[in-house]
Write a protein that binds this ligand. Structure first.
Ligand SMILES: Cc1ncc(COP(=O)(O)O)c(C=O)c1O
Length: 443
């Protein structure tokens, strides 16, 4: 019998008294195996992180082999898997001549990226521009960077030197545009205007998600290249938070690569899919130019577990698995299919206001009370009760869907079987009909 953790563990992003989740004892592919013997199809890659599915044999073997050889050595010493992973990341991203700073996850990758940007730009207290409706982690600076309605009252962003601008949220464009491309350009222009208002000399960095994020905004294609131009023209470091969007999630190794060289940031932050989530690991990847500016001075940051060999060995195996299993291309192909299927759901269900994403296996379905007015089903970030009921019903039928506010986030492992994916969409179709019958929606 498994030990119940309900009374002993403090669970993140939860009301403790309400936390009751099944215990997972194993997994395979896109499936999780539960202690009660059931198996559940994971349609969110847990926290959009298990891109390689669960218990990928190559990852398990690499972790086992590294554990037998060397579990840990600090970063005052060299470690083979650390060197190998850094070289692979620089090569895959085309950041040859750059450097990689390893962290333990996404939040501290963003923290350290900001520190590095402030150091190399010689603006130790320089402003950082981030955007509303973004998520960059839950450490204090990461919370300040995040434009997250759940936590904006918990932290004084200004005290951290962080400023927010409106997001490229084309479905509800904060600039009043009904054209997605124009909305993307205007959102990038808002960053340019903010830099100009503050004075480029006082801005250390712009930090944004290039594509997928937990807040469910998928920027129009015009956005990232325009942001790159605006920051480059003003000599401001651009940091791409690729914690969720990298490693195939958006159909590329790194989401900015969709735009080719015109999207290349100065730095990017990684975590989640970096090890297929098998072992915690994050990274800040620095361009050659940024790295050169640090070359002959002290780096004022560090972590005991910086470049942990066990995690880096998992990272090497993960990168090999993405390449050998053709998972980046697979995600692009299945993402397009999933997007088309979600669009068909939209034709059948009035409650679906918008479907976006689909560059890879990341598709966002936004539910509305009224399609014409686009009135939200529940005020952001609340989740409508009918959507909660839909998720519970799906779970009872063996499929786990992730939601956020009025959004259903479809982000299964890139290894998901095509039939399983089709079955999950068919289940969603049935459950949308059951839980959002027109009479209920208009209530
Ligand atoms: C875009 C983005 N950045 C940063 C983070 C924080 O990563 P972590 O939870 O590993 O600290 C997340 C987590 O969801 C994320 O989606």
């Amino acid at each position: 019998m498994s030990i119940d953790e309900r009374q002993s563990v403090l669970h993140s992003w939860s009301v403790q008294a309400d936390w009751r989740a099944p215990t997972v004892v194993g997994g395979q592919g896109a499936r999780l195996h539960l202690a009660d013997g059931r198996s559940v199809l994971d349609m969110s890659s847990l926290a959009e992180c298990s891109n390689l599915g669960h218990q990928h044999p190559k990852l398990v073997a690499a972790i086992r082999a590294q554990a037998e050889r060397l579990c840990f050595v600090s970063n005052a010493w060299g470690a083979e898997p650390r060197a190998q992973l850094a070289a692979m990341l620089l090569e895959r991203s085309g950041f040859e001549g750059g450097r990689v700073f390893f962290t333990l996850g996404g939040a501290d990758a963003n923290e350290n990226a900001v520190k590095i940007a402030r150091q190399v730009s010689r603006k130790p207290r320089g402003a950082v521009i981030a955007r509303d409706r973004s998520y960059h982690g839950a450490t204090h600076l990461a919370m300040a960077l995040s434009g997250d309605s759940r936590t904006q009252q918990q932290v004084d962003a200004a005290a951290f030197g962080v400023q927010h601008v409106p997001p490229p949220y084309a479905y509800r464009c904060p600039f009043g545009s009904r054209d997605a491309d124009e909305c993307g350009l205007r959102a990038a222009d808002a960053v340019a205007q903010r830099i100009d208002a503050l004075g480029a000399n006082s801005v250390a960095a712009v930090l944004m998600e290039p594509n997928a994020g937990t807040n469910g905004i998928v920027a129009p294609d015009t956005y990232w290249p325009a942001l790159r131009r605006a920051t480059a023209d003003r000599g401001v470091v651009l940091i791409a938070d690729e914690v969720m969007s990298a490693f195939g999630r958006c159909g590329e190794w790194f989401a900015w690569q969709r735009q080719g060289e015109s999207g290349r940031p100065d730095m990017m932050t990684l975590a989640k899919g970096l090890t297929g989530a098998a072992v915690p690991l994050g990274a800040v990847v620095l361009s050659r130019d940024v790295a050169m500016r640090l070359e002959h001075e002290m780096l004022y940051t560090g972590l005991t577990y910086c470049g942990h060999p066990l995690a880096c060995a998992a990272g090497v195996a993960a990168l090999e698995a993405y390449a050998e299993d053709g998972l980046i291309e697979r995600s692009r192909k299945l993402g397009a299919k999933l997007f088309a299927q979600a669009k068909r759901l939209q034709e059948r269900h009035d409650v679906i206001g918008d479907v976006r994403g689909g560059h890879g296996l990341f598709v966002v379905i936004e539910l509305v009370a009224d399609r014409d007015s686009r009135a939200p089903l529940a005020p952001w970030p609340q989740t409508p009760p009918a959507l909660k009921a839909l998720v519970d019903a799906a779970m009872a039928e063996g499929v786990s869907f992730a939601t956020r506010g009025n959004l259903i986030l479809l982000a299964p492992p890139l290894v998901i079987d095509e039939n399983e994916l089709a079955d999950a969409v068919a289940l969603l179709d049935r459950l949308l009909a059951r839980h959002f019958a027109p009479a209920e929606v208009s209530q």
